[in-house]
Design a protein around this ligand. Structure first.
Ligand code: CMC
Length: 429
C-alpha cells in the first residue's frame, strides 16, 4: 500500500485503508473494505464527503471557481468552441479537428427528426402540462421507438443512442413548447447549426420565415456549453445510479431530467427569475435580503450558493457577459430585471451573511434573464438545461458502463426504525 489512512477504533484496533490520488483535486480514502474489516458503514447524507466513482470528464475546484471539461477551462471553451465541439470533447475526451467535427456535426444533424409516431405521443398530454412533465414522459418513451440500439453492452449501440439523444432533444423540447402554445410542430432544418435550428423550431411559424440572429444563436449556444456537464451533481448521479442497474439510456436520461426539475437544481433559474419579479423594485431589496437571511422564512436567494463553488461560479461570470451582449443586441440595455439582478448581486456580495458563508452567484442567477430576452418562456428554462446537460449525462453514463469497477449503486443506511416486533391480530392493536 503506497499511501494509507489509518482508522483507530475505540477498542484500540487500527485499520489501514489505501489513499488514492487523482490527476488533480483531493485524494480519496478507499473504504471499500471498511464493512468487511470493521462491521461498520460510513454516514454521509447528501454525499458531501463521498466520491462515488472514477471520472475523467469534468473537474471543479469550488474554492478557486474553476470548471474544466476534459482539462479545458470553461472560459476558453465558451470563447473558442461551439456546443457540438464541446459535445464531441465530452464524449470522446479530445477536441475534434476540422474533419472529425464535420463528421460529428453531420451525424448529429441527420438524427434530428423524431419517429413520426412520436408526435402522437404529445397529444396524450394536457395542453397546459408543464413542459418538463412532457419532457420526462417523451424522453422515457424513446426506448419504445428505438429498440434497435438498446444493448448497453454493445459500444456501437451506446454510440447510436448518444447521437439520437443529443440530436433529438432539441426537436422534442421545441415540440413540447409548440404543443403548450397550440402552434404546429416545426420540423428540423439540416442547413442550420444546432442552436440556430433549435431556435427556429421554437419560434418559426408556417405563416412566416424565421430570421436567424447570430448574436442570439451564439448566446443560446453558450448557455448550452455552460450547462453541458458538471461532475457528479444530483441529476448526473441519478443517471449513473439508474444506469448501474443496466437500464437503457433513454430511461436513464428521463430519470436525470426528473431530478433536474427540482428548484434546488435545474429549476433554480426559473425560481431566480420569479424571485426578481416578486421583488419587483430595487427599493424592496433590503427587505428581501432580510427575509432570505431568516431561516424561518423558508425562502432563499435563488441563483446564489452552490454545493461545490465557494467562490464566484465561473459560469455565472460568462452568463453575466452574455446577458450584456444579448440585451445590447436587442436594445434592452435598461432591462428592469437585469438592473434589479445587478443591484441585488451587489447588496448580497457586500452582506456579511453571504460573505461569511461564501455564497456567490451561480450560473442560474443570470441565465434566466438571458433566456427571457431570447423569447424563451420561464416554464421552458429547465427544458433548455435538460437539453444542454444530455451530453454530460450520456458521457458520464457511457464512462460508467465502460468502467470495470462499476457496480450496481446500493447505498447503506443508519436504521433508526423499530427493532423486530411481532404482528398482533387486528383486535389487539
Ligand atoms: N440564500 C440564503 N441562504 C443560503 C443560500 C441562499 N441561496 N444558500 C445557502 N444558504 C445558507 C444556508 O442556509 C446555510 O446557512 P447556515 O450555515 O446558517 O445553516 C449555509 O448557507 C450553507 O448552505 P447549505 O444549504 O449547507 O449549502 P448546500 O451546499 O447544501 O446547498 C444549494 C447548495 C445550491 C442547494 C443552496 O445554496 C441553495 O439552495 N441555493 C439556491 C438555489 C440555487 O440557486 N440552486 C442552483 C444551484 S447551481 C445550478 C446547478 O448546478 O444545478
Amino acid at each position: 500500500m503506497d499511501k494509507k489512512a489509518t482508522l483507530t477504533l475505540n477498542d484500540g484496533k487500527s485499520l489501514d485503508f489505501p489513499v488514492l490520488s487523482g490527476s488533480i483535486g483531493p485524494e480519496v480514502i478507499d473504504i471499500r473494505t471498511l464493512y468487511a474489516k470493521s462491521g461498520m458503514f460510513t454516514y454521509d447524507p447528501g454525499f458531501l464527503s463521498t466520491a462515488s466513482c472514477n471520472s475523467s470528464i469534468t473537474y471543479i475546484d469550488g474554492d478557486a471557481g474553476v470548471l474544466l471539461y476534459r482539462g479545458y477551462p470553461i472560459e476558453q471553451l465558451a470563447q473558442h468552441c461551439d456546443f457540438l465541439e464541446t459535445c464531441y470533447l465530452l464524449l470522446n475526451g479530445e477536441l475534434p479537428n476540422a474533419r472529425d467535427k464535420d463528421a460529428f456535426v453531420s451525424t448529429v444533424t441527420r438524427h434530428t427528426m423524431v419517429h413520426d409516431q412520436l408526435t402522437r405521443f404529445f397529444t396524450g398530454f394536457r395542453r397546459d402540462a408543464h413542459p418538463m412533465a412532457v419532457l420526462v414522459g417523451v424522453v422515457g418513451a424513446l426506448s419504445a421507438f428505438y429498440h434497435d440500439s438498446l444493448d448497453i453492452n454493445n459500444p456501437e449501440h451506446r454510440k447510436i443512442s448518444a447521437f439520437r439523444l443529443i440530436a433529438k432533444l432539441p426537436t422534442i423540447v421545441a415540440m413540447a413548447y409548440k404543443y403548450n402554445t397550440g402552434q404546429p410542430f416545426v420540423y428540423p432544418r439540416n442547413d442550420l447549426s444546432y442552436s440556430a435550428n433549435f431556435m427556429r423550431m421554437m419560434f418559426a411559424v408556417p405563416a412566416e420565415e424565421y430570421k436567424v440572429n447570430p448574436v442570439l444563436v451564439r448566446a443560446l449556444d453558450r448557455i448550452l456549453i455552460l450547462h453541458a456537464d458538471h461532475e457528479q451533481n444530483a441529476s448526473t448521479s441519478t443517471v449513473r445510479l439508474s444506469g448501474s442497474s443496466g437500464a437503457n439510456p433513454f430511461a436513464c436520461i428521463a430519470a436525470g431530467i426528473a431530478c433536474l426539475w427540482g428548484p434546488a437544481h435545474g429549476g433554480a433559474n426559473e425560481a431566480a427569475l420569479n424571485m426578481l419579479e416578486e421583488i419587483g423594485d430595487a427599493s424592496k431589496i433590503p427587505e428581501f435580503i432580510k427575509q432570505v437571511k431568516d431561516k424561518n422564512s423558508g425562502s432563499k436567494l435563488m441563483g446564489f450558493g452552490h454545493r461545490v463553488y465557494k467562490n464566484y461560479d465561473p459560469r455565472a461570470k460568462l452568463m453575466r457577459e452574455t446577458c450584456h451582449e444579448v440585451l445590447n443586441e436587442l436594445g434592452l440595455q435598461n432591462d428592469r430585471l437585469f438592473k434589479l439582478a445587478m443591484a441585488l448581486e451587489k447588496v448580497a456580495l457586500e452582506d456579511e451573511y453571504f460573505v461569511s458563508r461564501k455564497l456567490y452567484p451561480n450560473v442560474d442567477f443570470y441565465s434566466g434573464i438571458v433566456q427571457r430576452a431570447l423569447g424563451i418562456p420561464v416554464s421552458m428554462f429547465t427544458c433548455i438545461f435538460s437539453l444542454a446537460r444530455t451530453v454530460g449525462w450520456i458521457a458520464q453514463w457511457n464512462e460508467m458502463i465502460s468502467d470495470p469497477e462499476q457496480k450496481i449503486g446500493r447505498p447503506r443506511q443508519l436504521y433508526k426504525g423499530a427493532a423486530r416486533r411481532e404482528v398482533q391480530p387486528i383486535d389487539k392493536r
